[in-house]
Design a protein around this ligand. Structure first.
Ligand SMILES: *Cc1c(COP(=O)(O)O)cnc(C)c1O
Length: 373
C-alpha cells in the first residue's frame, strides 16, 4: 500500500478537524462578546473551576501561558537567583526557560525508559542550593510521583509538576497536578486541550500560594483601587476560556480515543522487529500527548514515513543540556547517556483523537513495510 495510490495522509496537527464544528464555537463567542466580560470574566472562572475539579484540587488559576504558570509558581515559592531547580533534560525547552525566567539555575537529571525523569538519579543532583523538584510529565507519561514525593519529603523540597503535556493523566486515579504543591498546564494550540491562542493554568491545594498567584497575575490588585503587592499582567484571556469551556465537553472522549489509538500502536508495533515500545508502568494513566517509540534506523524510517504521508516527528533530536542556550550551565555530551541515546532513536507518530482507524492502520502498515524491505 502506498500513499500515492490511496492518497491517505496521517496529519500530526488536528486543529482543522478539532474545530470543524466551528459554528458552535462562534455562537458561544457571539454570546460572550455581548457581555463585554473580557478581563478575568465569567467564562474564565468557569474554566478554572472545571479544571480544578478535573484535577481534584481546590484552586485553579488561569495565567498567560504554560511557561508563565511554571515561572510564577517558582516565584511564588520564593525560588530565585542563587537557587537550583532540578528537572529533566528531556523536555520541551519551556520548562527550563521558566526556571531561568524565575532567575534560578536549572539542574538536569537523566531520563528513564518512559522518557520521564529517572527518580533514582534525583538524590545525587540535590545540593544545599536546591529549592524545588520540577518533574515533567513528558508526552503525557507521568513521572514516578510516588517515588519523587518521597525524595521531596526527605529533603523538604516542594514538587512542581510540569503537566503541560499531560491533561487527564494520573497515577492510581490521582490526577497530575494534585501530587506536588502545584501543577502547571498549557492550552497552547498543540496540547490535548487547547485554545485559539495561548493560555496556562496552575492547580494547587495551597491556599496561600493560590492567593498570591491570583494577586500577582493581576497587578497585585484587590478590587479596583487597592494594590497589595506589585504584580504583573499575566491573565488567562476570558475569550479563550470560552473556547476552552466548549472543548472541555469533549475532554473524556479526546483522552479515551488517544488511549485506544496508543493501545493499537503498542500492540501492533511491538510485533515489528526494529521498534521498541517503552515499558508502560502499572497504574499510570498516560494520555499520549506524544506517542513515542524507539526505532532502529530512525532517520531513514522518519524519511520513509514522511514520504508516504505519515507526519512522524522527533521530540526532540537535541536534549536541552546540549542546546546553545544551555552552554553557560557547563554540561557536555555524555552527561546524560539515556536521554542522549534516545535522541537518536525516538520517533513520534500521530496519535490524536481525530485520526480514523484507517489512518492508524496505514501508519502501522508503513512502519511494517519499512522494516520488511
Ligand atoms: C508546551 C509546554 C510548556 C509551555 O507551555 P506554553 O503554554 O507553550 O508556554 C511547558 N512545558 C512543556 C513540557 C510543554 O510541552
Amino acid at each position: 500500500m502506498t500513499a500515492e495510490k490511496n492518497k491517505i495522509r496521517v496529519p500530526f496537527s488536528y486543529l482543522d478537524r478539532q474545530f470543524a464544528d466551528l459554528d458552535s464555537y462562534l455562537s458561544d463567542l457571539k454570546e460572550f462578546v455581548k457581555t463585554g466580560d473580557f478581563t478575568l470574566g465569567k467564562p474564565l472562572v468557569e474554566f478554572e473551576n472545571r479544571i480544578a475539579k478535573l484535577c481534584q484540587v481546590k484552586h485553579a488559576i488561569g495565567v498567560g501561558t504554560g511557561t508563565d504558570a511554571i515561572a510564577l509558581v517558582l516565584k511564588g515559592l520564593g525560588v530565585g537567583p542563587g537557587d537550583e531547580v532540578i528537572t529533566t533534560t528531556n523536555t520541551f525547552i519551556a520548562t527550563v526557560g521558566a526556571i531561568v525566567q524565575a532567575g534560578a539555575t536549572p539542574v538536569f537529571v537523566d531520563s528513564e525508559d518512559g522518557f520521564v525523569i529517572d527518580p533514582d538519579k534525583i538524590e545525587a543532583a540535590i545540593t544545599k542550593k536546591t529549592k524545588a523538584l520540577l518533574p515533567v510529565h513528558y508526552g503525557g507519561n507521568v513521572a514516578d510521583l510516588p517515588k519523587i514525593m518521597k525524595i521531596a519529603a526527605k529533603h523538604k523540597l516542594p514538587v512542581i509538576e510540569d503537566a503541560c503535556q499531560a491533561q487527564g493523566a494520573a497515577i492510581d486515579g490521582k490526577s497530575v497536578g494534585s501530587w506536588g504543591v502545584a501543577g502547571c498546564f498549557s492550552f497552547h494550540p498543540l496540547k490535548n486541550i487547547n485554545v485559539w491562542s495561548d493560555g496556562g493554568m496552575i492547580v494547587t491545594n495551597d491556599d496561600k500560594l493560590a492567593k498570591w498567584l491570583r494577586l500577582y497575575r493581576n497587578h497585585g490588585l484587590v478590587g479596583r483601587d487597592e494594590v497589595e503587592i506589585f504584580g504583573i499582567n499575566c491573565r488567562f484571556d476570558a475569550t479563550q476560556a470560552v473556547i476552552g469551556n466548549r472543548l472541555l465537553n469533549s475532554f473524556e472522549k479526546i483522552i479515551k480515543i488517544r488511549l485506544q489509538n496508543a493501545a493499537k500502536y503498542d500492540k501492533e508495533l511491538s510485533k515489528i522487529k526494529g521498534i521498541t515500545v517503552p515499558k508502560r508502568r502499572a497504574g499510570v494513566q498516560h494520555t499520549y500527548h506524544l506517542y513515542i517509540v524507539r526505532a532502529e534506523k530512525r532517520d531513514a524510517l522518519l524519511k520513509y514515513l514522511i514520504e508516504r504521508g505519515v507526519e512522524a516527528k522527533v521530540h526532540y533530536p537535541i536534549p536541552v543540556h546540549l542546546q546553545k542556550a544551555a552552554k553557560y550551565l557547563g554540561y557536555k555530551k555524555g552527561d546524560f547517556p539515556v536521554c542522549e541515546k534516545d535522541c537518536g532513536q525516538i520517533i513520534t507518530l500521530p496519535v490524536h483523537s481525530y485520526l480514523t482507524q484507517e489512518e492508524i492502520d496505514y501508519a502501522i502498515d508503513c512502519v511494517r513495510s519499512f522494516y520488511s524491505k
